[in-house]
Ligand binder design. Sequence first.
Ligand SMILES: Cc1cc2nc3c(=O)[nH]c(=O)nc-3n(C[C@H](O)[C@H](O)[C@H](O)COP(=O)(O)OP(=O)(O)OC[C@H]3O[C@@H](n4cnc5c(N)ncnc54)[C@H](O)[C@@H]3O)c2cc1C
Length: 401
Amino acid sequence: MDNDIIIVGGGPAGLSFACSLASTGIPVTIIERQPSESLAEPAFDGRDIALTHLSVRILTELGIWERLPDDAVSPIREARVLNGDSPYNLTFDTMDESIDALGYLVSNHHIRKALFERAQDIDELELITEVGVSSVAPDEDGASVVLDDGRKLNASLIVAADSRFSETRRMLGISASMHDFGRVCIVCRMEHDQPNEGIAYECFHYGRTLAVLPLNDQQSSIVITAPMSERDSIMALSEDQFNLDVQTRFDDRFGNMRLVTERFPYPLVGVHANKFYATRFALIGDAAVGMHPVTAHGFNLGLSGQEILAKQVIRAANGGADIGDSELLKRYSNKHMRTTRPIYYGTNEIVKMFTDDRPATKVLRRWTLRLANNFPPIKHAIRNKLTESQNRGGLFPLLLR
Ligand SMILES: Cc1cc2nc3c(=O)[nH]c(=O)nc-3n(C[C@H](O)[C@H](O)[C@H](O)COP(=O)(O)OP(=O)(O)OC[C@H]3O[C@@H](n4cnc5c(N)ncnc54)[C@H](O)[C@@H]3O)c2cc1C
């Protein structure tokens, strides 16, 4: 069996890349461990993905945005960052009437479903499900992949999109910096008595952080991060106890709050591969960079990265050149890394600072918010980064939540 591109992993990044190559005529095979029913009808997993304008532009061009149900897109009109037990907040709004929102929240399962539906329309795409990859062997002339069931596939290029714990990245010996925050992120949806008015709150309380992100229909997406040692006790709270706990920590801003979904825990581990390519091999999505969810940037970076790689591949294919060429892959890696490195390391430091409750850091946290609030260039840079629709790279750490 011969393919031009093999994508390992049919998650949001792998499917986006396949959709970017639609109508190029390049034969693509996706290998995915999950059954195709789970891709066609993904279950709600608690993640409401905050998308930047750049991501909306990419999803629109891929024909994904139009497939999302209208009521599944919730605009974030303003973002407020609170620190400790102080009512003082750092605020961001669009500051521009031509832009209706800083970003948009869409549930991960809607994104995955729309991507899968679009991918189904691509003639040159083959999806092999319910099987993993047992080995990968790339060399200058071509690459091959052996599946767990013994099948062997050949390709010009192998793209790993198999999560932040990418096994194919390991098989190729690409090292990665990993940071285990020792914390857990618990996500769910809650409804409340008062409207949220499209305002996203990130409350860096002492001990825990609480993000309350605006959804339609008087609901919000709740993101709690706490030390891993508190995971079981938070998950064990009865619904009533949990409702009261969140409502109290949120200072009753929205009145009574009630769970409307189950709670989903995710361990907080950030990963950044030290390069995004090897011979006939590229990393995309979380396999390249797995961000801390509080930064709301994992999928945004996954989308912009796959677009960079797709453009390089399409240009080579159109010119009759080798789509697995090392120089091409290196260009992709360097360009994407110029964006990901500062964001990954910058936001990790911000998250570390805002979850450090030592007295000196508490003072620093307070002054950082005030400086950011009163120094317009910082606010403008962050807001512009969220609302730009072209990938210009950049040095500014982003906090959408
Ligand atoms: C709580 C939470 C909130 C988040 N919020 C945001 C947000 O607001 N904004 C944002 O941009 N991002 C957010 N993210 C990040 C976003 O969810 C991820 O960046 C995105 O899901 C990564 O997609 P991916 O396709 O790279 O990886 P994954 O979603 O991990 O998919 C990997 C796929 O590969 C398959 N696979 C794995 N190994 C193999 C193998 N060996 N063989 C075959 N298949 C394999 C898996 O089954 C899976 O389908 C959040 C993440 C979390 C946990």
